[in-house]
Ligand binder design. Structure first.
Ligand SMILES: [Zn+2]
Length: 117
């Protein structure tokens, strides 16, 4: 922990922990590392279970990808949240989002290998 003024904003890790269910909490990763953690190749549209994964985008950038067969997913913790027809995006004044290390991944029903308690 540093005490420099820039560190007043919360980290993307804190954002991830706030958004993820306890069983999926893990260290945030780069996109490449998050994909590798669930065995996906680092390509634009990976094939999983024999089919391209479903990619969700918002304003031109991908924030989520899911395989509906095995329930593996990657998720940008700084991405938008859809709730009852309303979209919210995490506030850049609260969270320090200028980082590429903002992805989490996993498989529904399976604890991530690096799950934090
Ligand atoms: Zn799959």
């Amino acid at each position: 922990m540093t005490t420099s003024p820039e560190s007043k904003r919360k980290s993307v890790q804190e954002l991830a922990d706030a958004r993820l269910a306890p069983e999926y909490r893990q260290a945030v990763k780069t996109l490449e590392a998050a994909m590798a953690a669930i065995g996906w190749p680092f390509v634009d549209r990976p094939i999983c279970c024999g089919e391209p994964v479903e990619i969700s985008g918002f304003i031109g950038s991908c924030y989520k990808a899911v395989c509906h067969k095995c329930d593996r997913f990657i998720f940008d913790v700084t991405g938008p949240e859809f709730d009852k027809g309303c979209v919210t995006v995490p506030d850049g004044d609260i969270y320090d989002m200028g980082t590429e290390v903002r992805w989490v991944s996993g498989q529904r029903g399976v604890q991530p290998a690096d799950a934090r308690s």
